[in-house]
Design a binder for this molecule. Structure first.
Ligand code: 1GP
Length: 238
């Protein structure tokens, strides 16, 4: 079924604009529509610009959670999919991720092939995004589930080359991911090396658990930072 909601042009209006932005990440697996309603109200009155919805372990439809969020916020809701089942017509956009730091064909192109016609049919805005895992000091869910190795945190050149290749192949954003609950967020020199290499928005997430970490990521060149665990634990806004 085609979407009937008005298009928000998320890429144009939220990724390409100059201001730095915070996106909060909601894991639908951890929420009922009722708890999603509560958290959406909190987000609506916060400084967050966007809401990302996704997780590594979703088994049920994410639509009820997204619907509950949409009913309680004007902010764009963007699917950050952990798998092919994470698609909903009620979201405003979808990060069409390719896990370019890994060498697992399922996450590079296989899942995208499976979902391609469904995405096209839904009419949802999709943002081709180079998803790059950076070692965050422990094995995170995304690393384990994707069965890929992250780029070592002390190899900014490798991260930059990976981002550059993806940019040259037409990706519209780079997502530097240390993984949810990472012990160490993506280092500043990795962010700045990637920033120098590409001319597309840079999203940074994983292990950002205080205002200083967010400030550091912005100063290094992040355009959008993503906060997940901190909001689920009730410690965000910082
Ligand atoms: C989004 O995986 C992150 O990129 C979320 O990480 O849960 O550590 O904030 P946290």
């Amino acid at each position: 079924m085609r979407r009937i909601t008005k298009k928000m042009n998320v890429y144009q209006n939220y990724f390409l604009t100059q201001e730095k932005k915070i996106a909060v990440l909601i894991d639908p697996d951890k929420h009922t529509p009722e708890s999603a309603t509560e958290i959406a109200k909190k987000i609506e009155s916060s400084s967050a610009a966007m809401i990302f919805v996704g997780g590594s372990m979703v088994s049920e439809s994410i639509s009820p959670v997204i619907t509950a969020i949409k009913q309680n916020t004007q902010k764009p809701v963007v699917i950050f999919p952990g798998g092919v089942t994470q698609l909903s017509n009620n979201a405003d956009a979808l990060l069409l991720l390719s896990l370019v730091s890994g060498r697992n064909p399922d996450f590079l192109i296989g899942n995208q092939v499976q979902a391609a016609f469904a995405i096209k049919k839904s009419g949802i805005e999709y943002i081709p995004t180079a998803y790059i895992l950076i070692d965050g000091g422990k094995c995170t869910s995304v690393q384990y589930v994707s069965n890929t190795m992250p780029i070592p945190a002390d190899k900014p050149d490798l991260a930059a080359a990976t981002a550059l290749a993806a940019y040259m192949m037409g990706m519209k954003a780079v997502y530097l991911e240390a993984g949810s609950g990472a012990l160490t967020p993506v280092p500043q020199n990795v962010i700045s090396a990637v920033k120098k290499a590409v001319e597309i928005p840079i999203v940074v997430g994983g292990g950002l658990r205080n205002a200083k970490a967010i400030k550091n990521a912005f100063e290094a060149g992040a355009d959008i930072v993503v906060v997940g665990t901190a909001i689920e634990n009730g410690i965000w806004p910082f």
